[in-house]
Design a binder for this molecule. Structure first.
Ligand code: GAL
Length: 668
């Protein structure tokens, strides 16, 4: 991340949302501002989809309405997150540059009338998007209301890949840089298979739909290239802005944990502040766990620094199969979970519900029902609650557990023709994360090649692609005293999706003390019993040959009957566990309790649905307690609840309630 720190001049938790006043007559704006004041809004994102209004024809600008908006917000003391409108170029742009449209994998050219339709590799798009960013920076870069730049909107959504001729040319350029010679490329892609050897660079292209499965190494590189191409678009806009406006931080709204196509480990060095959007899976009755995962992942991408929750929803969204509304108190529980996990800004999509367009059924801070509604009163009371939290700003979250997270591995695993369609990296990550969440252990996410020395326990639920460098990193971690838990179908391939020389798990063989000789996936619905009371796996088993590990549990039946199911290997000062079948979050305790003991970790002893996180400040520590259960819960820590002002040695958290407690005693 850049060095500009937090939003300049902001010393309170930021609160607000996307504000699209261009959808309303200007008479409404005064009411908006008055209601924002009532709700405690102090930051709004504007201009995200306003290109067609700001530049109605190429090179012709109309800033009148935006100038007036800037002044109105400024006079009300509301800061501005200024969007560059480049996620939605105007109709004139596509009319002039039909070649800039996205081409999908099956060859369809995407039409106008939506958003996200421009190819990241189009030179015309690059030129037009950097130009509008520069013009905006010139006009508003020194305005005192400007707090942060919000470049584009959600890179990678709705489309992350483009298969146009311009993309094919850019992909070739990217490959030439990566491999330098065709021989290297042929070897990395294994083109001896199915007669694909290339003799001319011009013949190398994008992995469009073909007769059968397309070369997986080519597809993996195309996923890398596509993420990089989007990143280049961001960097180009950022640099155009920075040249005019060097002192205001520049960010873009990520979708950590929900958009699989962008490798955010690479993006973090390019943004000044990390910002994230998160929407609940509405139908999941325990969707607070997925929310916590996304927030922890965002904080990890932000290298532990405070981050902005740029968007979430006050109630239902409009784009899921069933847009279940949030129930009373859920808006606050969600917001404080993000805040507890490091967010110093709590923002929504959007301020006022749209009457027209594709998102008219999406909730908003000010819903169609207006100020008499439940949602509005919860929005106001959240704003009031946040007002008393200035001292929390900048405090940090610490974790002793890390889950490995690598987009490249996920891209590779998601390709076709895997040993079982029931293998899902995300399902495994969710299950392990859920277990840790219920055990009230705070989790970071880490790239497998990152420094892991701060952690006592590292969990690898889905490390299908694991480089030799990452394996060496894990070995060092274990030898140095760490505890490692590895799930099945890990360390199978290298960075080119080629099976490791030496076979499955080869780079981790000495760490795990075993080898996997053959995959033994299970039939749909088939279950296998383990030699531990009541523990049953499904989806997967391995034929394991031990090479030093001890057997914690074996399979009682199924194709691997009599063979190891869960193992533990001592290496140096640490230990490494291997789990060769799918256990659900309940059953994972049999593995993780053992790993906690090895790691010297203690799981929380509160009720399972009491979410507890700590933030550590310069002068005090804060405990954020969110009760997702139906019974009140007592906190085992004394302090002052900054939301209610109550003090006590053991504060009660009502069912559905939230506490943010400044703990008694000095900061640790
Ligand atoms: C986000 C997007 C917003 C809005 C929102 C609706 O992904 O950035 O513009 O569409 O979804 O949930």
């Amino acid at each position: 991340m850049g060095s500009t720190g937090w939003l300049p001049g902001v010393s309170a938790i930021s609160y607000g949302g996307d504000y699209n006043p261009e959808q309303w007559p200007e008479e409404t704006w005064a009411e908006d501002i008055e209601l924002m004041r009532q709700a405690g809004v102090n930051l709004v994102s504007i201009g995200i989809f306003s290109w067609a209004l700001i530049e109605p024809r190429r090179g012709e600008y109309d800033f009148g309405w935006m100038d007036r908006l800037f002044e109105l917000l400024h006079s009300a003391g509301i800061r501005i997150s200024l969007g560059t409108p480049t996620a939605s170029p105007p109709a004139w742009f596509f009319h002039e540059h039909p070649e800039a449209r996205v081409v999908s994998r099956d060859g369809a050219t995407l039409g106008f009338g939506s958003r996200g339709m421009a190819s990241p590799s189009s030179a015309a798009y690059r030129e037009a998007s950097t130009s509008i960013a520069r013009v905006l920076a010139k006009r508003y870069g020194s305005h005192p209301a400007l707090a942060v730049w919000h470049v584009h909107n959600e890179y990678g959504a709705p489309v992350a890949e483009c298969y146009s001729p311009a993309s094919a040319a850019a992909f070739r350029g990217w490959l030439r840089e990566r491999y330098e010679s065709l021989d290297e490329l042929n070897s990395a892609w294994g083109t001896a298979f199915w007669g694909q050897r290339y003799h001319e660079w011009e013949h190398v292209s994008v992995p469009a739909v073909s007769a059968s499965v397309v070369n997986p190494a080519q597809r993996l590189d195309f996923a890398r290239y596509s993420s990089d191409a989007l990143l280049q678009c961001f960097v180009a806009e950022r640099d155009a802005i920075r040249a005019e406006c060097p002192n205001v931080p520049i960010t873009t709204n990520f979708m950590a944990g929900t958009c699989p196509s962008v490798d955010l480990w690479k993006w973090v060095d390019e943004v000044d502040i990390v910002a994230n959007d998160h929407y609940l899976i509405a139908e999941d009755p325990r969707n607070q766990v997925g929310l916590a995962l996304s927030a922890d992942l965002t904080r990890s991408i932000a290298q532990g620094k405070p981050w902005m929750l740029m968007e979430h929803s006050t109630s239902g969204v409009n784009w899921q199969p069933r847009n279940v509304a949030k129930r009373s108190g859920e808006l606050a529980r969600n917001s404080f979970s993000h805040l507890g996990r490091g967010a110093d800004a709590v923002m929504f999509f959007q301020w006022r519900a749209s009457r027209s367009g594709a998102e008219k059924f999406h909730s908003a801070m000010l819903p169609h029902a207006g100020t008499s509604s439940r949602v509005w009163s919860e929005v106001r009371s959240l704003g009031q609650g946040l007002r008393g939290l200035d001292e929390v700003l900048g405090s940090e979250v610490r974790a002793e557990v890390a889950i490995l997270w690598d987009w490249e591995s996920f891209w590779a695993q998601d390709l076709e023709w895997r040993p079982s369609e029931d293998l899902s990296h995300r399902e495994r990550i969710n299950a392990y994360y859920d277990r840790l969440w219920r055990d009230q252990l705070t989790v970071d996410f880490a790239h497998p090649e990152a420094d892991l020395s701060a952690y006592k326990l590292v969990v690898a639920p889905a490390s299908y692609l694991l480089t030799q460098k990452a394996a060496d990193n894990l070995r060092r971690f274990v030898e140095g005293g760490g505890t490692l838990v590895v799930s099945y179908f890990s360390a199978i391939v290298d960075e080119h999706d080629a099976v490791h020389a030496g076979g499955f798990v080869a780079p981790l063989r000495d760490v795990l003390g075993l080898t996997v000789e053959e995959f033994l996936p299970l039939r749909a619905g088939e279950k296998v019993a383990l030699t531990l009371d009541g523990i049953v796996g499904d989806v997967w088993t391995d034929d394991i040959a031990l090479a030093g590990a001890e057997v914690v549990a074996a399979f009682e039946d199924g194709p691997a009957a009599g063979k190891p199911a869960i193992t533990r290997n001592q290496l140096g000062d640490g230990s490494a566990w291997y789990v060769s079948t799918r256990l659900d979050a309940d059953q994972l305790s049999v593995v993780l309790d053992g790993a906690y003991a090895d790691a010297g970790l203690k799981r929380g002893d509160g009720p399972e649905d009491l979410e507890l996180v700590r933030r550590h400040g310069a002068g005090a520590d804060y405990l954020i307690a969110i009760n997702h259960g139906t019974k009140p819960a007592d906190l085992a820590a004394g302090g002052t609840d900054l939301l209610s002002g109550e003090q006590g040695e053991s504060l009660k958290v009502e069912a559905g309630g939230v506490r943010l407690v400044r703990l008694n005693g000095p900061a640790v």
